[in-house]
Design a protein around this ligand. Structure first.
Ligand SMILES: [Cu+2]
Length: 150
């Protein structure tokens, strides 16, 4: 009797419903449907310049254990914002100076993101050219990418 009362109270409060054998929460929410405003940002959200856009780049460890950026290679214009968004695994984005000789204005290494939907924004302020980035823990496993700035 006491347990049933507790479960009813918990269910009414929408907390710990699963403890009473109720419906489970969806195991895999659609990561990309998350509104940008509700995501936690490791960098603080950055806005693109007028006329610029936000370029979403997902970071994930897929079901086969492959670590990747998606898309890995893309184009950007000055004033755009690249929004690295964690889907699964633990990743960062780093425009390594050694990979970008002679390039100015590279951001510091991005933080390791660990929570799904966490984001890291990078403003594109660079001269035209190719900019290479990597995930530090997985660079040797091929988790790298390239931004072509027009
Ligand atoms: Cu990674």
């Amino acid at each position: 009797m006491k347990r049933q009362w507790w479960c009813a109270l918990a269910a009414a409060g929408m907390v710990m419903v699963t403890a009473c054998g109720g419906d489970r929460a969806p195991a895999d929410e659609t990561a990309t449907s998350q509104p940008a405003g509700s995501a936690t940002s490791a960098s603080g959200p950055v806005s693109p310049d007028a006329g610029g856009k936000i370029i979403l780049v997902e970071m994930e460890t897929d079901a086969a254990g492959v670590n990747k950026f998606e898309p890995a290679n893309f184009e950007a214009k000055r004033g755009d914002v690249i929004r690295f968004t964690l889907i699964s695994g633990v990743h960062n984005a780093h425009f390594l100076p050694d990979s970008n000789p002679g390039k100015a204005g590279l951001p510091a290494a991005g933080p390791l993101l660990q929570l799904p939907h966490q984001t890291y924004d990078v403003k594109v302020t660079w001269q035209p050219g190719q900019y290479y980035y990597q995930c530090d823990p997985h660079a040797l496993l091929g988790m790298t990418g390239r931004v072509t700035v027009q």
